[in-house]
Every structure is written in C-alpha cells, then in structure tokens.
Ligand binder design. Structure first.
Ligand SMILES: [Zn+2]
Length: 237
C-alpha cells in the first residue's frame, strides 16, 4: 500500500511535535492608518509629530539623535519636531508617526543640482550669486519635484538612530542598530518602491553637523530581511 494513502483507522496519530505549528511567517505591511504591522516594531505614536498628509513617501532621510539614550529625543518629539521612526541602542524600532503623515525632520534643503554640479548654467550662476542664503535656496528648490531636488518633510520618511556626538565625531551605530536600520530601509523600499538612491543622509541635503547621517546604512551590509515570501492571498491593506 502507498505510504501516502492509508485507510483512516490504520494510520498512527502524528506526533504532536510534527503537527503543531509554532510560528508562521507574517508579511509586514502598512495598515490603513499608516502603521507597520508584523515587523516587530513598537508603536509609540506622538500625535504632535503628524503634520498633515505626506506625498509618497518617496525617500528616506537618516538622522542621529545626538543623545546617549532614547528618552530625550522622544521628549523633544512632543514639541512637534521629529521623525517617523527612532531606533534605540538595542535595535528596537519605535514608530512614532503614521506613514500617511509628514513630520518635521528635514528643515531647509540645499540645491541638489548645485551640490552635484548639474544645474543648468544660468541656474548655477544665479544660486552662486546668492551666496549664503538657505531660506531663498529652499524656496527656489521646493518648486521642483523629487528627485530633481532633495527630499523634504512633505515627501520623506525620517529615521532617527540614537547616537551621540562628542563635538568631533558621531557615535557608530551598535550592531543591533545597524541590523534594524537595514531591515527598516529594506522594508520601506519594498513597501514604497524606493531604491538606495532614495536613502539620504540629513547633513548631505540640509544644513546640519557634518556626518550626522554617515555610516548608518550601507547597501552592501550583510544584514537584512529574508527574501520576500509571496503572500498567497491578497495583500492586506
Ligand atoms: Zn537630522
């Protein structure tokens, strides 16, 4: 008789260890309110951060908190300035604002074409003639669409990593933070169709202490999420 088919009464009951499912793979998704589910994140909404509907998001901006713990940045989030995500020293990811909403985390942007020496000649000449004029430059840039300009609050997700600054250099992310940053970025890329070229370091696009976003994310990092498991049923929305 085939081992595959036995009359019911003749088969032995399977050992419990082989039949009890201890874990299942749950695909992370963004729920209808803009919160990431099934990723193990801590949902810690700070209502003051949410400033109205976001466009996209179309990019990710990486920040460091300039603090040794998560408490002080979380406190300052209540003033209305902060990011969607903050990654604690132990790698725990806290989502503090809905992904449907924009938050105030970028400030005034620099000129992308000017920084990369790719502006039309006349525009480059004009910007150069302004000298140090962040407000004027931001007003000029904001009329462009991403990615022709750097991302702004209106269209980017902010990610803070808890790390301090000693006046000279920024603290490296812990291995747990590196792993979480990578996983979060990969997830956002997957959810919103973004690429590594959409991941920006705050100090490269605005007027911040050099190095603030440096060394947090490397596309070649070995960390990351396992390959996407295709859901068998319609993706939750
Ligand atoms: Zn920043």
């Amino acid at each position: 008789m085939s081992p595959m088919y036995r009359p019911v009464a003749e088969s032995e009951t399977s050992p419990v260890a082989l039949t009890q499912r201890h874990s299942v793979v749950l695909e992370p998704y963004v729920d209808t309110r803009g919160w990431i589910q099934n990723a193990g994140f801590h949902l810690k909404r700070v209502a003051a951060l949410e400033k109205g509907a976001i466009d996209g998001p179309k990019a990710v901006v990486l920040h460091r908190t300039q603090s040794s713990t998560i408490e002080s940045p979380l406190k300052s989030f209540e003033s209305g300035i902060g990011t969607h995500f903050i990654i604690d020293k132990d790698g725990a990811v806290h989502q503090c604002a809905s992904l449907l909403m924009r938050t105030a985390h970028v400030g005034r942007i620099r000129s992308r074409c000017y920084e990369s020496a790719s502006c039309p000649v006349e525009e480059a000449r004009m910007i150069k003639s302004w000298g140090w004029a962040p407000a004027r430059l931001h007003d000029h840039e904001k009329s462009k669409t991403y990615p022709h300009r750097f991302p702004m609050n209106e269209d980017s997700v902010g990610v803070e990593t808890v790390a301090s600054f000693d006046g000279t250099s920024w603290e490296r992310p812990t291995p747990a933070q590196e792993k979480s940053i990578k996983a979060l970025i990969q997830l956002l890329q997957r959810l919103y169709g973004l690429t590594d070229s959409d991941v920006h370091e705050h100090d490269n696009i605005s007027y911040k202490t050099p190095g603030e976003g440096d060394g947090l994310y490397s596309p070649s990092s070995a960390y990351g999420l396992p390959p996407l498991v295709q859901p068998r049923f319609p993706f939750p929305t």
